[in-house]
Design a binder for this molecule. Structure first.
Ligand SMILES: Cc1cc2nc3c(=O)[nH]c(=O)nc-3n(C[C@H](O)[C@H](O)[C@H](O)COP(=O)(O)OP(=O)(O)OC[C@H]3O[C@@H](n4cnc5c(N)ncnc54)[C@H](O)[C@@H]3O)c2cc1C
Length: 508
């Protein structure tokens, strides 16, 4: 196969923004589906956070990011995304993204949970992701420097004898195996929600990039930190549609089957408690058989179709009228804070390999992502990767190979997702995590190093090793904080992760 210059694995926000910013340097984007599909970016409802108003500034945004991350956000990275955010929003405006405006023509900014200022740029209420992806897809289609190959799945990283990454081994829609060689490979393949039975992510977001990078020897950080969205709509759909937190912001209440509002039993802020606290409360109510429902009747009522069109349509499609009936909800795997370690320029620990977007662990999110910071992180780091790569003289790798890993069959994937949801979910403990590690190990013995098994093992091993509760990671057997530390993992000689915990100095 012909050599490519820069190969971008993933056509979500991170991948497309990087491709556009690389102009005029040639690049190739591969994606599982046509652009705009099978990408979490297109589903983002809230919007993109950035300090854009006169009442706001990057220091305040960075401070909120650090506070939300429960002690392990890298403050340098928090400042960096906060500082560069406004310029990236301007870039998106230039690309035609129709962010909502006030009557005066200023950007209309929403206030979201744990933000001290209104700073979330949105589109038509809850359609930010769709609008952003439409603008970017349009721009990509008219950019001669970008080649897009969709319906292609990356299976493994090609690597030369010096360990330099040289592209990917991939499979096209006909099942044909391809070797896509490149001077630089950038993983922008999203998160890993599809490894959990209840998720808001596209099913195909199965931690492929983390598994491929780990297998090739890259450093992974904090894989145990997963954010569960408290209120996925529980109508038996996979993936589960989202009931945005703005509903509770407007006064909607969580109730059990008898109509009792239960959040006051769990947290002084009741329905406006932090995301992880609400997710655990809902988990407990459901586990106790009382069920959990979002009651929007009094707070939103007749305004529902205008104010929350996406949620309204979803409910109606399941024969629920949220103006008159409570919405059944369940916590769902929503965002992966951990992932492939990158530096401030999106470089991974392997030569020839970069990563951006949800795949990367930049240090921006710590143990808990601040709402609407993920679209921000994706564009900031994609632009920085482009700035580094655009004019760089990239060396070519030597002859490179990769072993094609097996795929997990559907039956095993269903079982894996059930176990990840039940035992590596909102509430974790040593027996459940240990049993999951044993199950994955046995599955690996039978099937081999399938990417879904490798990624799930890293998440579970990180959760097992972290003997404390922090942010999105809650251990019922270790409910307290330990001194703050990050988890780093690299593949050992036996294929299992070598885990190192790295302490964070006070005040860092
Ligand atoms: C329902 C929902 C609502 C959200 N709302 C918000 C919000 O309001 N604000 C916010 O900041 N964040 C939000 N998020 C999170 C945010 O959308 C994501 O973190 C972000 O869009 C990730 O962008 P990405 O480009 O890294 O990945 P994605 O957009 O998921 O794109 C991944 C790409 O990689 C491709 N891919 C995956 N595996 C492979 C493979 N093996 N080979 C080839 N290609 C592959 C996919 O096809 C896709 O093109 C939300 C997420 C969800 C699910």
């Amino acid at each position: 196969m012909a050599n490519r210059d820069i190969l971008i694995v993933g056509g979500g926000l991170a991948g497309l923004f990087l491709a556009l910013k690389l102009a005029p340097r040639r690049c190739t984007v591969i994606a599982l589906a046509p652009l705009g599909q099978a990408a979490a970016s297109a589903w983002a409802q809230g919007g993109l956070a950035a300090a854009l108003s006169p009442e706001d500034n990057p220091s305040l945004h960075a401070a909120d990011t650090v506070a939300a991350g429960a002690g392990i956000v890298d403050p340098v990275v928090a400042r960096l995304i906060a500082k560069e955010g406004a310029n990236r929003v301007r870039d998106l405006l230039e690309l035609g993204v129709p962010f909502d405006r006030t009557a005066d023509g200023e950007l209309a900014l929403s206030l979201e949970a744990a933000h001290s200022r209104a700073r979330v740029a949105r589109v038509s209420g809850d359609l930010a992701g769709k609008a952003i992806m439409e603008s970017l897809t349009y721009a990509v289609a008219s950019s001669a420097h970008i080649e897009v190959i969709d319906r292609v799945k990356a299976l493994a990283l090609l690597q030369d004898t010096n360990g330099r990454i040289a592209g990917v081994l991939a499979k096209d829609a006909t099942g044909r195996t391809l070797e896509l060689h490149a001077r630089e490979t950038v993983l922008c393949a999203g998160g890993s929600g599809g490894l959990f039975a209840i998720t808001t992510n596209p099913r195909s977001s199965q931690g492929d990039a983390m598994a491929m990078a780990y297998t090739a020897g890259a450093l992974i950080a904090d894989p145990e930190f997963v954010q569960f969205h408290p209120t996925a709509i529980d109508i038996g759909r996979d993936p589960a549609p989202l009931a945005t937190e703005a509903l509770r912001g407007e006064g909607a209440k969580l109730i059990d089957r008898t109509g009792r509002a239960f959040m006051t039993d769990y947290h002084p802020l009741a329905d406006l408690a932090p995301r992880d606290e609400v997710a655990r409360a809902i988990h407990c109510e459901r586990a106790a058989g009382r069920g959990a429902f979002l009651d929007c009747r009094a707070a939103i009522g007749a305004h529902f179709p205008d104010h929350f069109p996406t949620v309204f349509e979803t409910c109606r499609s399941a024969n629920i009228d949220p103006r008159e009936q409570p919405i059944p909800v369940a916590p769902a795997m929503h965002y992966h804070m951990g992932g492939v370690v990158t530096d401030l320029w999106a470089r991974t620990s392997l030569e020839g390999l970069s990563a951006c977007g949800e795949t990367a662990s930049t240090g921006a999110h710590g143990a808990n992502r601040l709402a609407s910071n993920s679209l921000l992180e994706a564009v900031v780091f994609a632009e920085r990767a482009a700035r580094r790569l655009r004019d760089s003289n990239l060396p070519e790798a030597g002859p490179a190979t990769a072993t094609s890993p097996p795929e997990l069959n559907e039956l095993s994937l269903v079982e894996l997702r059930k176990r990840m949801h039940g035992q590596v979910g909102v509430v974790r403990d040593a027996p459940g995590l240990g049993a999951t590690l044993d199950w994955i190990t046995a599955a690996k013995t039978n099937v081999g190093q399938a990417r879904a098994l490798v990624a799930s093992y890293l998440i579970t091993a990180g959760a097992f090793a972290r003997q404390e509760s922090r942010g999105g990671h809650y251990r019922s057997d270790y409910p307290e904080h330990a001194p703050p530390h990050r988890t780093f993992m690299r593949k050992g000689e036996d294929g299992l992760p070598l885990i190192q915990h790295s302490a964070i100095a006070a005040g860092a």
